[in-house]
Write a protein that binds this ligand. Structure first.
Ligand code: SF4
Ligand code: SF4
Length: 171
């Protein structure tokens, strides 16, 4: 039996770009998908504001700039499928051809993560240092806010998958 070959991140980006060219007009023309894209943008803004008010963004920047790098390690990009990357293109994200830092995730750039629609692993992650520095109430409130972002992201992924075809979503 032939071993299954997984696509590299560069191949997935190429596939997402091809899907965008073939499908963007029809996806933007779908009222349900447009509503989910708008809702996801609002959810992401709310999550970003909550992270900022709890100074999570500051702690992550300190890791990146003073403590030898953030936790966005090489290999995490492999969790992304072409549909998730297509959703980022629909949100006007530029997907980089090459990684900026050899030991980091393909999507980490000098200003931080370049993606808007991110994988559950990235959205949900709070390292032990952050968990210890935040109160239980703050962690619960943050989880509620990012939970809304994840819920919309899942609904959008499913709606795009139904439109574009199931085969594009599982690589
Ligand atoms: S989540 Fe924690 S380990 Fe990762 S960059 Fe932020 S502070 Fe650093
Ligand atoms: S948050 Fe962005 S840069 Fe960090 S691991 Fe996730 S996709 Fe990569």
């Amino acid at each position: 039996m032939e071993a299954k070959r997984y696509l590299s991140v560069e191949e997935k980006i190429g596939e997402a770009q091809a899907l965008y060219e073939a499908w963007a007009d029809r996806l933007y023309g779908d009222a349900g998908i447009c509503e989910l894209l708008g809702r996801l943008e609002r959810n992401i803004r709310k999550s970003t504001a909550a992270m900022r008010s709890l100074r999570v963004d500051r702690a992550c920047r300190r890791c990146e700039e003073e403590e030898g790098g953030s936790c966005c390690g090489a290999g995490i990009e492999n969790y992304y499928d072409p549909l998730q990357l297509l959703i980022n293109l629909l949100l006007h994200v530029h997907l980089p051809d090459r990684r900026s830092f050899p030991d980091s995730c393909h999507f980490l750039e000098a200003g931080g993560c370049c993606l808007k629609a991110r994988h559950v692993l990235c959205v949900n992650y709070l390292c032990s240092k952050l968990q210890q520095s935040l109160s239980r109430e703050d962690v619960n409130a943050l989880q509620g806010i990012v939970g809304e972002e994840l819920e919309t992201g899942f609904a959008l992924h499913e709606a795009v998958r139904k439109k574009v075809g199931p085969a594009a979503g599982h690589r």
